[in-house]
Design a protein around this ligand. Structure first.
Ligand code: NAD
Length: 362
């Protein structure tokens, strides 16, 4: 059966990195019999320019009918003056909430060839491959009541509410266990159960869900210890699952371990593993249109799309292996080249295609 993939290139370098990634997708179709129907749609500033809205209705409809969405990046200085609801970022937020994408997957992978780019010693991080699963639509960022009130003594007080219902914990736990099943089958649930009642419930529900996954080794860690362990010995982790707030912080820490923003893919999934796949970085207006952007984060997002939404595990691995081979050959875009010579966005995309083609003929 043919997979339906919505392609939203967006703004800035979005166009270039998606073009390079579609070259890789086309190669999978030609060389490995992968069947996919692509539908392109406008989002962000491009949506506003074409239809006056950052998430045009027809774009939402295309995404609702797709099995997965491949997303580039949105935003640019020319849209900064627009009223808040019309800004490109709003399109992305609306899309995530309209599709109930509650599980945010943030892998931190450090290819051994790039170990020097990390802020940690290379012997600690070379070969790092961990996945943080962050709850994205609940917790303290959305809890009510919230606000700033004036107390009787006239002092102002800010307040937010940390709430998680059992079903919210259960569904993110299930997503994380499912992901662990596709990896090394080790899951670390991160909470603050020694202080917070919400975390007590979190721990209880995650443990209960774990009974359905006897092959996965589950452990629990307090968030303060987890943040310490991430910079002390990050390779001890396979999959981590945590709440919105803790995940926001831990996933950025883990991302920094890998050194380059141009290498980091991500995904946001719903309860049926339908999802949106995008690089972690933005539209990089400073280098847009110059064939300078690193397309590997987007190409690796396509690999995630194949693994998590389409269950095409072999094709996902082929892409990741091809990226490793390209790095082995010393091919680098400017952001990861250091003092060495570099190639452009399209050349990097072609290098991955060449590596895939030569694997097909071996
Ligand atoms: P950015 O991620 O776009 O860029 C930060 C720095 O990293 C820049 O110097 C950029 O040149 C570099 N960089 C980013 N991606 C790169 C790549 N693939 N290859 C090489 N270098 C790369 O963040 P920013 O500058 O803070 O934001 C620019 C615009 O992007 C803003 O409008 C912002 O709102 C938007 N944004 C969008 C998303 C998204 O689409 N998901 C995420 C973050 C920021």
């Amino acid at each position: 059966m043919s997979a339906k993939i919505a392609v939203l290139a967006g703004d800035g370098i979005g166009q270039e990195i998606i073009a390079a990634t579609l070259g890789v997708l086309e190669c999978l179709q030609q060389e490995f019999g992968f069947a996919a129907e692509l539908e392109h749609a406008a989002i962000g500033g491009a949506g506003y320019d074409a239809y006056g809205q950052p998430l045009p209705e027809q774009t939402l409809a295309v995404c609702q009918q797709a099995d997965a969405i491949l997303f580039g990046a949105i935003g640019g200085p020319q849209y900064d003056g627009l009223e808040r609801d019309l800004r490109p970022e709003k399109g992305l937020l609306k899309l995530r909430s309209s599709l109930s994408l509650f599980a945010n997957l943030r892998p931190a992978i450090l290819y051994p060839q790039l170990a020097d780019a990390s802020s940690l010693k290379s012997e600690l991080v070379a070969g790092l491959d961990l996945m943080i699963v962050r709850e994205l639509t609940g917790g303290i960022y959305f809890g009510e009541p919230r606000g700033i009130r004036v107390l009787e003594n006239g002092e102002r007080q800010g307040f937010n509410t940390l709430v998680y219902a059992e079903h919210e914990i259960e569904r993110i736990a299930r997503s994380a266990f499912d992901i662990a099943m596709l990896r090394e089958r080790r899951l670390c649930s991160v909470d603050k159960a020694n202080v917070l009642e919400v975390s007590e419930l979190w721990r209880e529900v995650v443990s209960r869900v774990g009974l359905d996954y006897p092959e996965v080794e589950l452990n629990h860690m307090y968030v303060d210890n987890a943040s310490m362990q991430l910079v002390r010995a990050p390779r001890q982790f396979d999959v981590m699952v945590t709440s919105n707030l803790f995940g926001d912080i831990l996933s950025d820490t883990a991302a920094m371990l890998t050194g380059s923003i141009g290498m980091l893919p991500s995904a946001s999934l719903d309860a049926n593993a339908r999802g949106m796949y995008e690089p972690v970085h933005g539209s990089a207006p400073d280098i847009a249109g110059k064939n300078l952007a690193n397309p590997l984060a987007t190409i690796l997002s396509l690999a995630m799309l194949l693994r998590y939404s389409l269950r095409e595990l072999e094709l996902a691995e082929r892409i990741e292996t091809a990226v490793g081979e390209v790095l082995d050959r010393g091919i680098r875009t400017a952001d990861i080249a250091g003092a060495a010579a570099s190639v452009g966005t399209s050349e990097m995309g072609m290098a991955v295609v060449t590596a895939l083609r030569s694997a097909a003929s071996r």
